[in-house]
Design a protein around this ligand. Structure first.
Ligand code: SF4
Length: 360
């Protein structure tokens, strides 16, 4: 068996190497975190970029079995922020020099929805003098729609695969044509064709998921050559069908720890991509996002969703910062990031270095 320290110094990793890394405990776990931090500093530096997150609607046509805002959950009050509210949140991001925003919603594909996003993109570009970068996270759409939104100003897109194991994917989604693994893959491919910086991610600690699955997830991200990743611990939601299998779950602390090891291993595997410190980390550990920043992540997403809507955008339980307004959220984050020893970069898009390198 290869010594752990030798694996850490590699630049290429087999499935077995990755299993070893994400299974690390004690001193080896610490060495993994130290090496991931070193690789991050050497490749992308110490800067943290803000993406102001606007969860503008929880209306969704899909029924993913793990998601608190799935179509069949009748305990959720559905909302749609108005255009003015969305633009106001974006203006806040611009005036506070966040550099970028993320527009996120449930998945719809009606012409009205597509047109609305298109118009919003143009207005956000206009109000910010073309300065705000825009990431979209609005689910599976046609290649034409992706192209149209790209032309209107979006340049990054986040579409999480959730699990790269087709069998596990099937277990956590309804078994119908509306929730197909191959369509998800096609959508990721289409995003690349349309010119976006492509982001995806997985849930860590799902019922039925093995360490081998997680190592394969990391290889999947590498093979897809993604530009950015947002991944965090799976947190169960009472109003979902997957809740029934909660007795299969690791403890939340174990899932949190596994998520940190996945982030650190991913940083070794893909040294120059953008990796988000997911909010789900904070739902388990109040300092969860800052911990992720010190072991490989470089992106943070302050929540700019109007406070009155936040309680209704709970994809999982115990989501943090439900009552904080944007100003409070920003102040709190700035203090936290300072403690983690990273430097906030204001007014920059913070594009994935990996993407820029691939394009050059
Ligand atoms: S995960 Fe996304 S697509 Fe699935 S039900 Fe939730 S909001 Fe809709």
């Amino acid at each position: 068996m290869k010594p752990f320290q030798d694996i850490l110094l590699q630049t290429d990793f087999s499935h077995g190497d990755l299993v070893t890394l994400i299974s690390a405990e004690g001193d080896e776990r610490q060495l993994l975190f130290q090496q991931a931090q070193k690789v991050k500093l050497e490749n992308i530096g110490n800067k943290v970029y803000f993406r102001g997150l606007v969860e503008f609607s929880n209306v969704c046509a899909k029924d993913c079995l793990y998601c608190g805002i799935r179509k069949s959950n009748e305990n959720v009050i559905r909302y749609e922020a108005t255009d003015d509210e969305i633009l106001e949140a974006c203006r806040f991001a611009w005036e506070n020099r966040f550099g970028s925003v993320v527009l996120q919603s449930g998945e719809l594909s009606s012409p009205a929805f597509v047109n609305r996003i298109d118009a919003l993109l143009r207005k956000i570009k206009q109000l910010s003098n073309n300065e705000l970068g825009i990431t979209l996270s609005c689910g599976e759409q046609s290649l034409d729609t992706y192209r149209r939104w790209f032309e209107s100003g979006a340049h990054r897109y986040l579409l999480r695969i959730e699990s790269s194991n087709p069998e596990l994917y099937r277990k956590i989604h309804p078994n119908n044509d509306f929730h197909r693994f191959d369509i998800r893959l096609q959508a990721l491919d289409d995003l690349r064709k349309a010119g976006y910086q492509v982001g995806t991610g997985v849930m860590i600690g799902l019922p039925f998921q093995t360490i081998e699955d997680l190592a394969n997830d990391l290889l999947f991200l590498k093979q897809l050559d993604v530009d950015m990743v947002g991944m965090g611990p799976y947190i169960e939601h009472e109003d979902t069908p997957l809740y029934e299998f909660r007795h299969h779950l690791k403890t939340k602390q174990e899932r949190f720890d596994l998520a940190l090891k996945m982030i650190a291993s991913l940083r070794l595997l893909m040294p120059d991509i953008n990796i988000a410190a997911a909010t789900a980390l904070q739902a388990i550990d109040p300092a969860g996002r800052e911990k992720a920043l010190t072991i490989g992540a470089n992106i943070i997403m302050p929540n700019l969703t109007p406070t009155k809507y936040r309680k209704e955008y709970q994809l999982y339980e115990d989501k943090p910062c439900l009552d904080e307004d944007a100003e409070l959220c920003r102040n709190c984050l700035e203090a936290r990031i300072e403690i983690s020893g990273c430097e906030i970069s204001y007014g920059e898009w913070g594009d994935s270095k990996h993407f820029r390198k691939n394009k050059a």
